[in-house]
Structures are given as C-alpha cells and as structure tokens.
Design a protein around this ligand. Sequence first.
Ligand SMILES: Nc1ncnc2c1ncn2[C@@H]1O[C@H](COP(=O)(O)OP(=O)(O)OP(=O)(O)O)[C@@H](O)[C@H]1O
Ligand SMILES: [Mg+2]
Length: 261
Amino acid sequence: MQAASARLGRAALRELGGHGNLRQPMSAHPSFIQASGLSMHYAVGTRRVNVLREVDLQIEAGTRVAIAGPSGSGKTSLLLLLSGLERPTAGLIRIDGIDLAELDADGLADLRRQRIGIVFQNFHLLPSLSALDNAALPLRMAGDGRAREAAAAMLQRVGLGDRLQHRPTELSGGEQQRVAIARALVHRPRLLLADEPTGNLDGDTAASVRELLFGLNRELGTTLVLVTHDMDFAARCDRVLRLHDGQLQETAPEPARALPA
Ligand SMILES: Nc1ncnc2c1ncn2[C@@H]1O[C@H](COP(=O)(O)OP(=O)(O)OP(=O)(O)O)[C@@H](O)[C@H]1O
Ligand SMILES: [Mg+2]
C-alpha cells in the first residue's frame, strides 16, 4: 500500500485522504445540508453552459433524497457541488453547519474523508489497486489499522467477497460499481452522495445495494442523496427532487410498488 500511495499523485491523495484536521467546529444548524442561491456554469471556449440557476435546497439529517432529471440536467454537477469537488458560481452551501466556501482544498478533502462518501457515476477506482485496496483507501488514508478488514467486510456486503484481489480491469462494470459503493461506505460517512449507484446492476443486485444503503440509513442515520433513474428506488426515498432547466423542484414521490423496502 505504501508503494501504491507513492504512485498516487498529491491531488489524488488529497482527494481520497486529505491532511490535517478540519479547523471549523461543527455548529448546530437546522438543516444538515443547506444550499441557497446556488448557480453554476461551465465555460467551454467562449461558450457558457448554464447548469444550475439559483437553486435552494435543504436536507435534514438522516433523510433519503432522490435526485431525478433528464440527462444533462445537472444532477452530477449538483453532487459535485455538495461534495466540494466543484465550486458554485454563486450561492452558499453548508454541510453539517460548515460553509464550504471557507474551506481550502485540504479542508474540503478532510470534510469528505471524515463525513462524506461519494459514489461517482463512472466509479473513479484506482486502476493499479485491487478491489480490497480501493475499498480500504479512505480508512488507510485516515491511518486506520483495520482498514483492510473493514473493506473486506464491506465488499462482502456488496457480494464481492470472492473478488478482493481483482483489479478494476478484471471486474465487470457492475462489480466495479459495487467496489465504488464499498469504498464510499467503508468509513461509515454521515452523508452519502451517490450518482446512479444501481445504474449498472441487475435487478437482484440493485435490490441488495438498495437494502445496504437503506440499512445504513436506518442503523447509522446516514443521510442519502441519490441520483437515480430507478423510480422504485426513488419511491422508497423520503423525498424526490427533480432537476430541470437549472431548477430543482420537489415532486410527490410515486407510491412504491410491491418490492422489498
Ligand atoms: N466539465 C464540464 N465542462 C463543460 N460542460 C460540462 C462539464 N461537465 C458537465 N458539463 C455539461 O453540464 C451539463 C450538466 O452535466 P451533468 O453531468 O451534471 O448532467 P447529468 O444530469 O448528471 O446527466 P446524466 O444523467 O447524463 O449523467 C451537461 O449539459 C454537460 O454537457
Ligand atoms: Mg450524471
């Protein structure tokens, strides 16, 4: 792992591990996530791609929130903003009372390492590491001596107990997705931001991942923010928000069909 760490660039290390401690104390705040007046655009050459326009969002701790919306509507961009991996053009984001604008890159990395798990839409696994070492990375970076045991247990929970030594190229797309989920959950984050976490999975495997996420929500009070096109998944969330034309709208959840919770 030391060799693997040496092979990672500083930015990747910062991203996955971080250094030092958060300097800002947790402050009591009515909403666990609070975003207000959030705008974001990307610049491509001389063109501007407007993604979010003055979005307001409040999410209470321990709730399960589905984010839906058409392709290109800004769902991934919104998750990147909430994780501090992108900065908004305007507006304020507080996570657990912490104003993200007041944190530098290391502070944001610490926040993620301590409190946030992220499942990226395209996984972002490190190609040179086994499934086990990928899933163990957040705990390794935090200096946890039981990182590998915890990662193995989490990989077992996502059905990959017999794939621990496989590298990402030796795993199917759905298996890579489950390694990404194990990595996002291994440090028991207070907030999980997951970008279509069941997008590559068959019905049964998707159901077991759904169970895992909802189980953590019940057991640990993990706040779930899930981008999903799976309406059964969305229907089991407390809220469903829909992004369209840069705006986020609350929609009435459709009643869940007769599937396991
Ligand atoms: N790095 C970037 N530079 C420029 N434009 C970008 C960048 N990333 C995304 N975009 C554009 O921003 C818009 C929102 O992208 P985003 O990835 O957030 O959409 P999405 O809702 O997650 O879509 P999908 O459902 O296809 O994953 C898209 O129109 C996309 O082309
Ligand atoms: Mg996306």
